[in-house]
Design a protein around this ligand. Structure first.
Ligand SMILES: [Zn+2]
Length: 473
């Protein structure tokens, strides 16, 4: 079913005008109709998914025009800022009293490629099947972008006086690093967002276990640094009929063996300790005990091996190295003078590039092998003793009593780092309950969002913003 047509039913004319006039007339604002907001958002999202913003090349301007059109249709001024031909950001600001500094709702317009033949329903259809809205970007992250937009519309319609401005910012180019997106926007228009205190972006979600119950609300407070290394070996060249013991290829293989098979050296950051302690409350058996005292668990070799089975959770305890590219040789009977490899290393916050390079050099352990840096991206950790974190906890306690809210250090990299560099407290927080099956569709096939989660996500985000922007917080 196509539900784009629903969009026409809402937009400029809606119950909103009634709420706004009620507020102006001094009548107590009423709570939004979240079911209706969910339907409205589903229509906006379906049309948004139908706009193919696959990056490369992106062509995000059409997506930006769609979002700006919805904002303008609801009486919110929205500006487009071009970052490259066919690529643009959307910026809109809901004014508050200015008693507190603004909060930014950040999202990216671009999506990763999708191979239509792999999907059960066309990836740019925006169709609804069995209560789920299908399409590339449904979760990463057009769905979240629309939830942010819808929450902003609801705040506007509520007529409430806000203590701080709420800024909506949608950017192109996140999926390939954001240099033609958030980076350019900040370069040219920092004055439009530099006064912000908080930012909400993609990052983590409400984790739903295999039994369908929510286990924790994950709030990504920091991301691991990305360090890409080249490991190159040089040695004498020669005819392959007479092997050379210290040939570049041999040196490289031995060095890589030492690097890749080095024993893990876990390190427990304070936020990660708190994460495990909180999550332990929803576990049972040996895992519960291990999570409750993660410092002791990582010192027990057997338990550490067990922990390493969970790739996501163990990534928060370790600097990791993945061997990704191997190059060397051009003919079977020629020993080449050079061979090289590339490593994708993800480092815990606070680990310095220089220190990790010398660690890898030591592991390589050969003067014939040189380690050089190809790329380095790093970000600070955001504090989590904040009004925004407290607001999320309050809403979590109302929505899913007993389910903890936990700080996380995620192993991937988002646009948040551009904004953390400005001193803004950034959280990756998506208020949707996602199970492992749906999580696997991000950057994979059959990406889709359950409509019930879209509606709940809007309600949760609205409530968080309502608390954060009210006099009480
Ligand atoms: Zn994303």
């Amino acid at each position: 079913m196509r539900i784009a047509a629903l969009l026409g039913l809402f937009g400029a004319i809606s119950a909103a005008s009634i709420l706004v006039s009620a507020a102006r007339a001094g009548i107590e604002p009423v709570s939004p109709d979240f079911a209706r907001a969910g339907d409205e958002a589903a229509g906006i999202l379906a049309s948004y998914i139908q706009i193919d913003t696959t990056n490369p090349p992106g062509n995000e301007r059409r997506g930006a025009e769609h979002l700006a059109g919805v904002l303008r249709g609801n009486g919110i001024e929205a500006s487009l800022f071009d970052t490259a031909p066919g690529r643009a950001c959307v910026y809109a600001r809901l004014k508050g009293t200015g008693a507190k500094r603004p909060v930014i709702l950040l999202n990216h317009i671009d999506v990763v490629p999708a191979r239509a033949e792999d999907w059960r329903h066309a990836p740019f259809s925006g169709e609804v099947h069995d209560g789920e809205l299908w399409g590339r970007g449904a979760l990463d992250m057009k769905g979240m972008g629309v939830a942010e937009l819808e929450a902003m519309l609801l705040l506007k319609r509520s007529g409430k006086e806000l203590d701080r401005d709420v800024i909506f910012l949608a950017t192109p180019d996140e999926e390939v690093g954001g240099t033609a997106g958030a980076n350019i926007f900040i370069d040219r228009h920092q004055d439009l967002i530099g006064d912000a205190e908080y930012l909400i972006n993609e990052g983590f979600h409400i984790d739903r276990g295999g039994d369908g119950k929510p286990e924790c609300w994950g709030v990504d407070v920091s991301e691991k640094s990305v360090l890409w290394l080249k490991v190159a070996a040089r040695g004498p060249a020669g005819h392959a009929s007479m092997p050379i013991e210290n040939a570049a290829t041999n040196e490289l293989v031995r060095a890589l063996d030492r690097i890749v098979n080095a024993p893990p050296e876990p390190h427990v950051l304070p936020a990660v300790r708190e994460y495990f302690r909180e999550v332990s409350k929803t576990q049972s058996g040996p895992r519960q005990a291990a999570y409750a005292d993660i410092d002791a668990a990582v010192k027990d070799p057997g338990m550490l091996r067990e922990l390493m089975q969970d790739k996501l959770r163990s990534s928060m305890l370790l600097n990791t190295i993945s061997l990704t590219v191997l190059q060397g040789g051009y003919k079977t009977n020629v020993i080449p003078a050079e061979a090289s490899a590339e490593l994708d290393c993800r480092l815990l916050p606070g680990v310095r590039k220089e220190d990790f390079v010398s660690h890898v050099e030591k592991l390589a352990g050969s003067p014939a092998v040189k380690v050089s840096v190809l790329d380095w991206l790093t970000t600070d950790a955001s504090p989590y003793d904040t009004d925004l974190f407290k607001a999320i906890k309050t809403v979590a306690a109302q929505e899913t009593p007993g389910v903890p809210v936990v700080p996380l250090v995620v192993p991937w990299f988002t646009d948040s780092h551009w904004f953390r560099a400005l001193g803004i407290t950034c959280y990756g927080f998506e208020p949707f309950e996602i199970d492992p099956e749906h999580l696997a569709t991000l950057h994979g096939k059959d990406e889709r969002i359950p409509l019930v989660e879209l509606t709940k996500g809007i309600r949760r985000l609205y409530r968080v913003l309502d608390l954060l922007c009210s006099h009480a917080s």
